[in-house]
Design a protein around this ligand. Structure first.
Ligand SMILES: Nc1ncnc2c1ncn2[C@@H]1O[C@H](COP(=O)(O)OP(=O)(O)O)[C@@H](O)[C@H]1O
Ligand SMILES: [Mg+2]
Length: 149
């Protein structure tokens, strides 16, 4: 899949999430990096649709994390904004293990990378003209191969 994306509309962010979902599998860790309003939650909503989750994926800000089931693989959506450290996502006491789920983390940069051997970093930016740009940055050989870099 392409590493650089220019996303003029919310629907484009959503569509990229759907596309990304197509290559996600159990045990994956995806770290979303970008400022408030960059589209991290919107991208996760697209991932949810792509995985076949039926319920709406909303921002988990006040609950830290949410598990969405009913899709191809459970989707664990984490907002790490208020977490000082994460020894293990399993410490969040979710009813799902990271190994059996796809884990998507907002605000987790520098905090959650050690939870998995490899991870996909998704860098989102909001340009002055409101267009969003996204860069996929693979960390680990598996992700390099999966993205055909
Ligand atoms: N490609 C885009 N172009 C314009 N607006 C977008 C785009 N992607 C998302 N948005 C909008 O930006 C707003 C903030 O998105 P959100 O996903 O909540 O950001 P974050 O989770 O990074 O804080 C939402 O209203 C969303 O619809
Ligand atoms: Mg958000």
């Amino acid at each position: 899949m392409k590493l650089s994306h220019v996303l003029p509309e919310p629907a484009d962010t959503h569509g990229l999430g759907v596309e990304l979902a197509g290559i996600l599998r159990a045990g994956d860790l995806v770290v979303l990096v970008g400022p408030l309003g960059a589209g991290k939650t919107a991208l996760t909503q697209g991932i949810g649709v792509g995985l076949g989750v039926r319920e709406p994926v909303t921002s988990p800000t006040f609950v830290i994390a949410r598990v969405h089931r009913g899709g191809r693989v459970p989707l664990v959506h984490v907002d790490a904004y208020r977490l000082g450290s994460v020894a293990d996502v399993d410490d969040l006491d979710l009813d799902a293990s990271a190994a059996e789920s796809v884990t998507i983390v907002e605000w987790g940069q520098g905090l959650v990378e050690q939870l998995a051997d490899e991870h996909l970093e998704v860098r989102l930016e909001r340009r002055d003209d409101d267009v969003r740009t996204v860069e996929l940055v693979p960390h680990g050989q598996g992700w390099i191969e999966r993205l055909h870099v």
